[in-house]
Design a protein around this ligand. Structure first.
Ligand SMILES: [Zn+2]
Length: 194
């Protein structure tokens, strides 16, 4: 078989099985919670010789997300970029704004606006985001999440909050994510999940 033939055969074999399975052997350190989409992006350039390169590409820096990142701390930015990458359905987030509590003004919180929040699909999307955030809690410096009127600390028992009277105030429209922050960017940071 020609070299080209071998490569095509390899590619066909690779594409015939789930990408996550095909790449599992070259990702021994694949972080828990990082789902296959990012590996899929690397697969387009993959050949056997390129496996290390694909592995590096899978860990490539995350581009800026959908939130205005101005004033956010580094772990908040990481969460924001990772969620933007992982959930393309999310097109709107807010970060720094005046508030009576410290998190938003200090760049420690983001609000992930959930499209169609009042439908089962919207609630399911919010649940998946909460799940993703908890699986990456250490990386995001997670302090707590509020979603569906429920306060969920990074460690400890969730509790139902008092009714604040509106879908926004009760966190039905958005997932609020609070981080310990990790400090403000100094410039030149790269954000990646591994
Ligand atoms: Zn918030």
């Amino acid at each position: 078989m020609t070299r080209r033939g071998r490569v095509m055969t390899w590619l066909a074999a690779t594409l015939a099985v789930p990408i996550a399975v095909a790449f599992a052997p070259v990702h021994p350190a694949q972080p828990i919670g990082w789902e296959p989409q990012i590996v899929l992006a690397a697969a387009a350039v993959a050949s056997p010789q390129d496996a290390p390169r694909a592995s590096r590409a899978a860990r490539a820096a995350l581009p800026p997300g959908v939130c205005n990142e101005r004033g956010l701390q580094v772990q908040t930015i990481l969460a924001e970029r990772a969620i933007s990458k992982q959930f393309p359905e999310i097109t709107e987030m807010s970060g720094v704004r005046p508030d009576s509590m410290k998190w938003h003004p200090n760049g420690l919180a983001i609000d992930v606006m959930i499209p169609h929040w009042d439908t089962p699909a919207g609630r399911a999307l919010g649940d998946r985001i909460v799940d993703f955030v908890f699986r990456n809690a250490d990386r995001f410096g997670l302090e707590y999440v509020i979603w569906q009127q429920t306060y969920r600390p990074a460690s400890g028992t969730p509790h139902l909050m008092e009714n604040r009277g509106s879908p926004d105030a009760n966190h039905l429209t958005h997932v609020h994510i609070s981080s310990f922050g990790g400090g403000y960017p100094k410039g030149g940071e790269t954000y990646q999940l591994s």
